[in-house]
Design a protein around this ligand. Sequence first.
Ligand SMILES: [Fe+2]
Ligand SMILES: [Fe+2]
Length: 184
Amino acid sequence: MAVKNDMTKDFLHSAYGGESLAHMRYLTWSKVAEKEGFKNIAKLFTAIAYAERVHAENHFKEIGGPTNDYTVTAGGVFGYNNTVDNLQGAIDGELHEVEQMYPVYLNAAEFQGEKGAQRSFRYALEAEKIHAKMFKEAQDLAKEGKDLDIEAVYICPVCGHTIYDEAPDKCPVCGAKKELYKKF
Ligand SMILES: [Fe+2]
Ligand SMILES: [Fe+2]
């Protein structure tokens, strides 16, 4: 069902824009990491790009409504640098979402009784907390010229929950089954 209240609707559009930008940015930074020889950091960027796409799609579905134009205002991190600097951009972006953006958006959706938007914002908030930590760990290693020591990254296709090496039996955020997780 389409969102009813304008304020929550604006926040969904903005979050959709922000997640779409993050999706593209991480794919670009993944290629930089690959070139610098950080194969697993490149994989982390690619996997998390997919998680941001899941968030964007969730927000898009919650906006719903008729097919029409809408001007989207969304914040995004820019910069095309080395992997250590790119990871700083990633950390800054994720922390902005965790500490400012999603808590405020979630509060608005709760205040306005927008259940679907609440779910969509909550899913993103929980995933971004994990992303901020993962990018920080990756950056600490990259500063020493080291790559992440991981086998794979798993992403929940429903909420974007992100975990290394093995998917849980049930997603701790949305309850999706292990088999649904996408492996990178
Ligand atoms: Fe994220
Ligand atoms: Fe999930």
